[in-house]
Design a binder for this molecule. Structure first.
Ligand code: HEC
Ligand code: HEC
Ligand code: HEC
Ligand code: HEC
Length: 535
């Protein structure tokens, strides 16, 4: 519901923006029809053919001809507009003109290409001492700083598994990565601190020794310096054993220049355009990986094999959805006003987001009398996740419980059907089920484990794929006729297996994803009185 309100808000703001656009054109309801003609060249005076030429901040764009010339129509007559041009390898450039106009020249400056390992990462923080601190100017900063990317370099749950400690890091309990592979750093930093694991440091970056900006986890300057990803053309997936930054090409410029990539081709400040930023493939290197050949993080493949790619729905569509803000640089710092629907957020909601989790599945419960029992069927449909639910970190799971009571509140005994497995914490043994990918440690035979840095195999996986349903049926012993039976189904989301959370002091409460109550009044059982032959 809240999500619908948010969308409505965007629609209203979007409508207002459209109205403003028309008003700004000064034409009321008449479509603007003036044009600007010119040519796109580069700083060396060479023709740039095929550039994207655009009325800045709008959808009104055209592609230049091979000889560099262009005609951009649909412009408001007599009103100053900025016409921008961009082509691969260049920064976008713009000129201010009053349409109609001809004979204008837009001159593109090439951006630096190639990677400079000596680039010093810019902090994301609004640090007055820093040469560039993204946080000063950008709406993205408050969204990112508290999300899983912004906290990846300092997530206490991560360190409790990496070092084998409790959540505070003070008590050593064993069973961490560092206990199993002492003296090594592991591959964790390639995704959890990618700014540190560049160049030849992919598998030698110790997460305990991050310094400075590296501690900002998956930070602004890192993501906005990625120029390509290396995916296997045969499968569309990252290559084996090439996690995170090792599957990404960076374009860090020489120290005296600035260069970022972004999703717009009309930003005329030290940023160039990268179509990849609007694609799930951008996220793939960190959200798809197998350890010892066993798939662990799999959200990208699950999405790739779902109906969503064909519908043009990318990771960004759901995890970077617009919030209705119509600028991304604060206007007082020079930010331009744009269609709010074109501005992605950096909220990246996930396992900590109650609203997201409560808008992930639908659950229906049917209870009916069947002879001397009450049969309850629960159908859970993954309607809103672009991948299996749950996905990625293999500790995540959902627990479905069913409770049936009579009028006096006495529980009905379960006759048949599944029960929550013994690793289900307080719900273990109750009528219901758990949905998880269960890993068994090869050496110890323990299951479920989250210690996938040691060889583990998948012994079961009943997570629900995107847009698919799961049905479970539980039967209860039926009391006598005339009794009203009430059945309550609850679906919980749990961050990690209860025993492991308790041992390490992870204090994340369950999120109640869905709850449904149905009741029925038991009818007299006429079949008991029927002659045996008819039964
Ligand atoms: C290929 C990229 C990649 C590598 C390599 C990787 N991780 Fe992760 N890790 C992720 C992603 C993505 C998530 C978020 C998944 C989710 O939220 O379900 C994550 C989540 C986690 C979490 C859950 C944190 C929480 O707050 O619940 C832990 C713990 C963790 N990783 C530990 C490790 C350890 C330890 C290593 C190294 C042995 C490692 N990871 C290696 C990508 C990676
Ligand atoms: C995990 C990688 C990642 C991180 C970290 C990240 N961004 Fe982005 N950013 C993206 C992607 C991907 C897009 C394009 C999304 C789209 O348009 O669908 C984007 C878009 C943008 C845009 C264009 C406007 C918009 O929001 O659509 C700006 C500006 C921006 N990011 C700034 C920042 C700043 C500032 C930070 C740090 C506070 C940051 N980004 C952190 C990946 C990232
Ligand atoms: C450089 C690696 C990297 C890239 C690129 C990356 N992520 Fe992540 N992402 C991570 C890691 C690591 C975590 C988990 C951090 C933690 O929990 O401590 C994470 C967590 C998340 C979460 C939150 C999970 C939670 O449990 O709260 C979401 C959602 C997410 N990423 C979506 C995306 C999307 C969408 C993209 C592409 C636009 C993307 N990520 C790109 C590494 C990456
Ligand atoms: C159609 C919308 C949609 C799309 C597309 C989508 N997601 Fe999600 N994502 C969700 C929802 C809803 C959840 C919460 C339920 C869950 O955890 O599975 C979620 C959860 C996550 C989480 C947190 C998992 C956890 O429990 O810790 C990560 C990480 C994530 N998504 C990454 C991605 C990546 C990467 C892509 C693209 C390959 C992607 N998502 C595509 C809707 C979407």
């Amino acid at each position: 519901m809240a999500r619908r309100i948010a969308l409505l808000g965007i629609a209203i703001v979007g409508g207002a923006w459209m109205a403003w656009q028309v008003a700004a054109g000064g034409h009321g309801a008449i479509a603007p029809s003036a044009s600007v003609e010119g040519v796109v060249v580069n700083v060396a005076g060479e023709i740039v053919g095929g550039a994207v030429v655009r009325q800045q901040t709008t959808d009104n764009a055209t592609i230049g001809a091979a000889d560099g010339t262009f005609t951009l129509g649909g412009l408001p007559e007599g009103v100053t507009v900025t016409v921008t041009a961009w082509d691969e390898g260049y920064y976008p450039a713009g000129v201010q003109v009053v349409p109609p106009r001809s004979g204008i020249t837009i001159t593109l400056r090439p951006h630096p290409v190639g990677d400079n390992p000596d680039h010093e990462w810019y902090t994301s923080m609004p640090d007055p001492e820093a040469p560039i601190g993204c946080g000063h100017c950008m709406v993205a900063f408050p969204q990112w700083v508290t999300n899983a990317h912004g906290t990846a370099g300092a997530n206490p749950r991560f360190f409790s598994l990496y070092n084998g400690t409790d959540l505070t890091g003070t008590r050593h309990l064993g069973g961490g990565y560092k206990d199993d592979f002492p003296g090594t750093a592991g591959n964790c930093a390639t995704c959890h601190a990618p700014g540190a694991a560049t160049d030849d440091r992919a598998f030698t970056t110790d997460m305990n020794e991050l310094t400075g900006v590296e501690r900002e986890g998956v930070f602004c300057d890192f993501c906005h310096k990625v120029s390509d990803v290396y995916l296997d053309p045969a499968t569309g997936l990252p290559y084996d054993n090439a996690p995170g930054v090792t599957s990404m090409r960076l374009n860090r410029p020489p120290s005296d220049t600035h260069m970022f990539y972004g999703p717009f081709d009309d930003v005329t400040r030290r940023v160039s355009y990268l179509a990849l930023e609007k694609k799930s493939q951008f996220c793939a290197p960190c959200h798809q990986f197998s350890f010892w050949g066993t798939p662990i993080y799999e959200s990208f493949r699950e999405w790739l094999e779902s109906p969503y790619p064909a519908r043009g729905i990318e990771c960004q569509t759901c995890h970077m959805a617009p919030t209705g803000v119509d600028y991304f640089v604060y206007p007082e710092n020079g930010g331009l006003i744009r269609d709010p629907a074109s501005i992605a957020s950096h909220l990246q909601p996930g396992a900590a987001d109650q609203e997201l989790l409560q808008n992930t599945v639908t659950m229906t419960v049917h209870a009916r009398q069947a002879g001397d029992r009450v049969r309850v069927t629960t159908i859970i449909t993954n309607t809103e996740a672009g991948h299996h639910v749950p996905t990625d970190f293999p500790g995540r799971h959902m627990i479905l419980t069913l409770a049936a009571i009579d009028d006096e509140g006495n529980p009905l005994a379960q006759l048949s059907g599944p029960t929550v497995p013994d690793w289900g914490g307080p719900q273990a043994g109750l009528p219901g089920r758990a949905f998880a990918k269960v890993l068994r440690d090869v050496e110890s035979g323990d299951a479920p484990v989250m210690t996938y840095w040691k060889q583990a195999i998948i012994i079961s996986d009943n997570r629900i794929p995107a847009l698919e349903s799961d049905a479970s049926t539980v039967t209860f012993v039926s009391p006598g006729a005339g009794e009203r039976i009430t059945v309550t189904a609850r679906l919980r989301f749990r961050r990690a297996f209860q025993e492991a959370m308790d041992a390490r002091g992870w204090d994340t409460p369950d999120v109640l994803m869905e709850e449904r109550t149905v009741s029925l009044v038991l009818q007299p059982r006429w079949d008991l009185f029927l002659p045996v032959v008819l039964r």
